[in-house]
Design a protein around this ligand. Structure first.
Ligand SMILES: Nc1ncnc2c1ncn2[C@@H]1O[C@H](COP(=O)(O)OP(=O)(O)OP(=O)(O)O)[C@@H](O)[C@H]1O
Length: 258
């Protein structure tokens, strides 16, 4: 499913953002804190209504599409998941099927199999009976991913999906999303992970897109200096992907002014 963001503006946060994402593309949104990444994603998944411009998914304006229909097509993993849920992990994952359930609201045998297989894929089978509220941050993140996957969306939106994950689970998650036949919009702070996981990177700064292209063209020392205001070194690995190296030393230099 393609995504077409046209001249989107919202409050003082987003300014005339234009972005077209092709079906099946994995697109990474990167940029400093407060640059508008989450806000732009919220406009796409119909959480906030832009003051100007439109968002089309599969050619249809999201605000002219019924919420249930949007829920069938877009799955979202964000940071704002409630932590007081009494539900078990398995029940939280099953919530992903809600937009697809018929009037009886019962899961079919095929749906139960899908849930079990997806939990295995996300390495949470052993947690199935645990109350969601008792999980660690990384375990919750994997449960939320499983919930999103059982939704079988055509567009998967992930807002910093790796921030609580250990190294192995970071790599597993990004490897997994690359195998999915869905369009993915993902925000990531780790540029190396973003470069490995995404076909394309879009850089936001001050609510505007300041760079957009293949990862090797976007992640450069000049961009890191201009947008993130850090002196980093970027070289290429044997796979041609950019590798970012921050010469931190003993961190004795001055704190950069805001
Ligand atoms: N509801 C709101 N009303 C007013 N300002 C908002 C609102 N939501 C977010 N903002 C502001 O918009 C700016 C962009 O926020 P956003 O969360 O989109 O940034 P981000 O790029 O995702 O940042 P981070 O990397 O820190 O997660 C921030 O300055 C934030 O304070």
């Amino acid at each position: 499913m393609n995504v077409d963001i046209r001249d989107v503006s919202w409050l003082h946060v987003l300014h005339d953002v234009n972005l077209t994402v092709g079906s099946g593309e994995v697109t990474g949104l990167i940029g400093p804190n407060g640059s508008g990444k989450s806000s732009l994603l919220r406009c796409v998944y119909r959480r906030i209504r832009p003051d100007g411009g439109r968002v089309l998914i599969g050619g249809a304006d999201v605000w002219r599409t019924p919420a249930r229909e949007v829920a069938r097509q877009i799955a979202v993993v964000t940071q704002d998941t409630p932590s007081d849920l009494d539900d078990s992990v398995e029940q939280v994952v099953a919530l992903g099927r809600i937009p697809h359930l018929g009037t009886l609201g019962r899961l079919s045998a095929a749906e139960r199999t899908l849930i079990a297989e997806t939990m295995e894929l996300c390495d949470i089978t052993a947690l199935a009976r645990r109350p969601f509220a008792t999980l660690s941050g990384g375990e919750r993140q994997r449960v939320q991913l499983a919930r999103a996957l059982v939704q079988q969306p055509r567009l998967l939106i992930l807002d910093e999906p790796t921030n609580h994950l250990d190294l192995r689970h970071q790599v597993d998650l990004l490897r997994l999303i690359r195998t999915l036949a869905v369009t993915v919009l993902v925000t990531l702070h780790d540029l190396q992970l973003a470069a490995a996981a995404c076909d394309r990177l879009v850089v936001l700064d001050g609510g505007r897109i300041v760079a957009d292209g293949p990862v090797a063209e976007v992640v450069t020392e000049d961009l890191l200096r201009a947008v993130y205001r850090v002196e980093a070194e970027v070289d290429r690995g044997h796979d041609g992907l950019p590798r970012v190296f921050l010469p931190l030393g003993r961190l004795t230099g001055p704190v950069s002014p805001g």
